[in-house]
Design a protein around this ligand. Structure first.
Ligand code: GLP
Length: 237
C-alpha cells in the first residue's frame, strides 16, 4: 500500500489525474473503473483537460462504474450515469457502447462476467463513504461479495441527501460491484478528502480487517495507492 498525504483537494486531484492519465496512456485499450461522488469531480476535470491537450484518448477505452441507484428514472439528474456524462464521459471521446454500469434489471452477475471477459479492471478509482463503504458495499458486506443489489445504510442515505431535494428522495437501494469484484482490479486508487473521512480512513487503513468496515479489505490489495488530503489523513499516525 502506498499512501500519499497531500495538503488539499487540488493536490490530491492533480496527483490522481497524473496517475490515471499515465495508466490510460499505458493501457489505451484497457478496462477502467470509475467512481461517482464529490471526491473525483476535480480529477475528472483534470482528465478532461488532459484529453483536450491531446495527452490521453478514451477512444479505445472500456469503462465500468462502481454502482448505480435503483429506482431513479433514466436520465434523472442524480443517477450515476447522468453524473458520469456531466463530469467526464460527455466531454471526452469515449464511445457510448464502451460505457458500462451494473444493472438491476438483469442478472447482476453478468457484470462480473463482463469484467472477467475483458481481462479484469486495469485501474479502479475509489472514493470512501464516511461509514467506510466502497462503491455501495455497506458495513456487513461480505468480502467475497460480487455485483449485487444492496440496501443503503441509513448513514449513506443521510450523507447523500445533500444531492437531493429531501432525504425522502434518496433511493433506498442500489446495485454495486461487490467487494471481491473491486479487489480483483489490478490496481486501485483510493481518494479521500475532508475531515468527515478521517475516521473512515483510519479504520480502513489501520484498523482490523473486518466486514463491518468494508474499505478495510483494501489492506490486502497488492497494488493500492491511497491519496489523502491533510484533514482526511489527520488520524493516521
Ligand atoms: C457514494 C458512492 C461512493 C462514493 C462515496 C463517497 O455513496 N456510492 O462510490 O465513493 O459515496 O462520496 P463523496 O465523494 O461524495 O464523499
Amino acid at each position: 500500500m502506498l499512501i500519499e498525504k497531500l495538503a488539499n483537494y487540488e493536490q490530491v486531484s492533480s496527483a490522481a489525474a497524473s496517475i490515471v492519465s499515465d495508466a490510460i496512456s499505458e493501457h489505451p485499450k484497457g478496462l477502467f473503473g470509475f467512481a461517482t461522488g464529490s471526491t473525483p469531480v476535480k480529477l475528472y476535470e483534470l482528465l478532461i483537460a488532459s484529453y483536450q491537450r491531446g495527452e490521453i484518448s478514451f477512444e479505445q477505452l472500456t469503462t465500468v462504474n462502481l454502482d448505480e441507484y435503483i429506482g431513479l428514472p433514466s436520465g434523472h439528474e442524480q443517477s450515476y450515469s447522468t453524473f458520469m456524462q456531466q463530469h467526464l464521459f460527455g466531454h471526452v471521446n469515449v464511445r457510448s457502447n464502451s460505457i458500462h454500469f451494473p444493472k438491476a434489471d438483469t442478472n447482476p452477475a453478468i457484470f462480473d462476467q463482463f469484467i472477467q471477459d475483458q481481462g479484469g479492471i486495469e485501474m479502479q478509482i475509489l472514493g470512501l463513504g464516511s461509514n467506510g463503504h466502497i462503491g455501495f458495499n455497506e458495513p456487513g458486506s461480505p468480502f467475497d461479495s460480487r455485483t449485487r443489489i444492496v440496501d443503503l445504510a441509513p448513514s449513506t442515505i443521510t450523507d447523500n441527501a445533500r444531492f437531493f431535494d429531501s432525504v425522502e428522495d434518496v433511493p433506498r437501494q442500489a446495485v454495486t460491484m461487490g467487494i471481491q469484484t473491486i479487489m480483483d482490479a489490478h490496481r486501485i486508487i483510493l481518494l479521500a478528502c475532508g475531515p468527515g473521512k478521517a475516521e473512515a480512513v483510519e479504520r480502513c487503513l489501520l484498523g482490523p480487517q473486518t466486514e463491518e468496515v468494508p474499505g478495510s479489505c483494501l489492506q490486502s490489495h497488492s497494488d493500492l495507492i491511497v491519496i489523502l488530503d491533510e484533514s482526511a489523513s489527520s488520524k493516521l499516525t
